[in-house]
Ligand binder design. Structure first.
Ligand code: ADP
Ligand code: MG
Length: 562
């Protein structure tokens, strides 16, 4: 092979500075891109063999990442299909040209064409974010192919000459630049591989590991040990989300959860997602035990594309009310390198979002149907999601209204339907509305609860951070139903004028009320009201107007959940 020098044809004048600038903050993704390419190459040769287009030895599929810190190089090598010099020119030199998309086009009818990681990112060229010289050593699977070498120093000129490889596949050698020496650390590379490559479908080797293994017994009967050095494989090639639910046990799901979140408590339950039309999506979503520190628990869902980790920013893809869920989503149909606003408008993303909402609703409905008792036990945890979902998504409300639970002060749970039945005859106001009483603080409002219960009324507990909003939205949605905090006025009449006072209260009571007014205990947002449904025996109490109080509660929450 004669040495050939040339100039890379690119559409943008000088793409490298742009790549560097654009992706600077995320420069570690060079490893994701190069390892993904290597995985692609291995998948491709397997596919060619399966199609009968390659009859040579396949060997054990392997991608190896190695570090030579003194030489300041990182090498990513694979035993994939390799490239001829012509292919290098075509696939590597023509930046805008994606070899993967051509391959998929060619084999799109093949069953597993999907396994080839699609085009995303800046792919191969992201190498120049961290290297000032990139070398490719490659030998194609094709009969009579010659090993080829390509080098490029990050300018638009390259050099192709005869290469050194004697076995099929490709090695990418990165000569790490001065600003990127942080990557010349085993620890750092291990960390990046753990992040992006942990579930890739081809074994990824990073160095070797030595373990002590039992090696029989010595003369005194003591166990002998020997050191065994083996390739250090950093990934699981068949993560559970890529398997069929029928092949998995509960323990498999729990183990995987532990693998993802080593310090978390076991989840409550999970949902295995699996759809291939009209978009492709797999994944497992877990319902965690909810802690008070919401913010710590948010953004724990990992997004993958064909087993390559992409991000844990799944906003828009996962409905807002499910952002506290944990787990993974894998979809080749989510555009990965486009702006946020585009993502919001993307039709696949919208479909995926509503699919997830539907699956979660179905799962909850199923749990409720199957085992109401265990569902009730989990309610204190699930309730948060369900209520939040009901407030924020009409479609979810429509499904959840059949399995959402209301809990009363006696700890009994009711569906909406059941609760309505329970109180519809005994708790009505003069306009024929059903009145639901609730407490936001059973301890503080105990006196009011007792007096309501003495009258035969039922009191619901609404004491979680989401409940303030939930109460408001229920009143909106439930027909002819009013929700009143147990210490709020039931008549909801502002009593400011003497006539009103006198018409409702006895002389003695009205005198008390007036004196309270005069003593200015009553602040602007408070009203003096009659508590209890029948004025005759009602104690006179200073309460806050229901509306004003809700406003205050919401202000206190300060948009904590929105
Ligand atoms: P993409 O992966 O999206 O196609 P890249 O820029 O990452 O884009 O890679 C461009 C092309 O270079 C690939 O499609 C493939 O044809 C070729 N290529 C890159 N790395 C390898 C490799 N390790 N083995 C074989 N071909 C490769
Ligand atoms: Mg690529």
């Amino acid at each position: 092979m004669t040495t050939e020098k040339g100039s890379i044809s690119i559409h943008t004048e000088n793409i490298f500075p742009i790549i560097k600038k654009f992706l600077y903050s995320d420069n570690e993704i060079f490893l994701r891109e190069l390892v993904s390419n290597a995985v692609d190459a291995v998948q491709k040769i397997k596919r060619l063999a399966a199609l009968g287009q390659y009859n040579g030895e396949l060997g054990e599929p392997l991608v190896a990442v190695s570090l030579d810190a003194p030489a300041k190089t990182i090498t990513i090598s694979d035993n994939g299909l390799g490239m001829t010099a012509e292919e290098i020119k075509k696939y590597i030199n023509q930046v805008a040209f994606s070899g993967a998309s051509e391959f998929v086009e060619k084999f799109k009818d093949a069953k597993d064409a999907n396994e080839i990681i699609g085009k995303f990112g800046l792919g191969f060229y992201s190498a120049f974010m961290v290297a000032d010289l990139v070398e490719i050593q490659t030998l194609s699977y094709q009969e009579g192919a010659e090993a080829a070498k390509w080098t490029c120093d990050g300018s638009t000129s390259f050099e192709i000459s005869a290469g050194d490889r004697t076995t099929r596949g490709t090695s990418i050698i990165l000569h790490i630049n001065a600003e990127s020496e942080e990557f010349l650390s085993e620890h750092k590379l291990q960390e990046i591989l753990d992040k992006y490559a942990k579930f890739l479908p081809v074994p990824i080797q990073f160095g070797t590991k030595t373990t002590e293994e039992e090696d029989g017994v010595d003369e005194e009967g003591k166990t002998k040990y020997k050191s065994v050095t083996a390739p250090n494989i950093i990934n699981t090639t068949h993560p559970i989300w890529a398997k069929a639910p029928a092949d998995l046990s509960d323990q498999d799901y729990l183990d995987f959860y532990k693998q993802l979140y080593p310090f978390a408590e076991d989840p409550l339950f999970w949902i295995h997602l699996n759809v291939d039309y009209p978009f492709n999506l797999t994944g497992v979503l877990y319902f965690p035990k909810v802690k008070d520190d919401f913010d710590m628990q948010r953004n724990k869902i990992k997004l993958f594309s064909r087993q390559v980790f992409i991000t844990d920013e799944v906003k828009d893809i996962v409905p807002e009310f499910l952002m506290l869920l944990h787990g993974v989503i894998d979809s080749p149909d989510i555009p990965l390198n486009v702006s946020r606003s585009f993502l919001q408008a993307d039709s696949n993303v919208k479909k995926i979002n509503s699919y997830i909402t539907k699956k979660v609703a179905d799962k909850l409905g199923e749990l409720y149907q199957k085992d109401r008792k265990s569902y009730e036990e989990k309610w204190s945890n699930i309730g948060l999601f369900v209520k939040y979902g009901m407030i924020s998504e009409e479609k979810f409300y429509d499904k959840a209204k059949d399995f959402a639970l209301l809990t009363n002060t006696k700890g009994e749970h009711f569906t909406f339907e059941e609760y309505k039945e329970k109180v519809k005859d005994s708790q009505t106001d003069k306009n024929g509305n059903i009145v639901y009483l609730y407490t936001t603080d059973p301890d503080k409002q105990d006196g009011f609860i007792q007096s309501a219960e003495k009258k035969g009324y039922d009191v619901l507990i609404m004491n979680t951070p989401i409940d303030g909003h939930f109460v408001g939205s229920l009143e909106h949605k439930l027909e002819k139903t009013q929700l009143k905090r147990v210490d709020a006025s039931v008549t909801n009449q502002l009593i400011e004028k003497d006539e009103v006072l006198e018409s409702v209260l006895s002389e003695e009571q009205s005198a008390t009320v007036k004196s309270i007014f005069e003593k200015a205990i009553v602040k602007p947002n408070f009203s003096v009201e009659v508590v209890g449904l029948s004025p005759d025996d009602a104690p006179v109490t200073v309460t806050m107007d229901e509306f004003m109080r809700r406003m205050k509660d919401m202000a206190k929450m300060g948009g904590g959940m929105s």
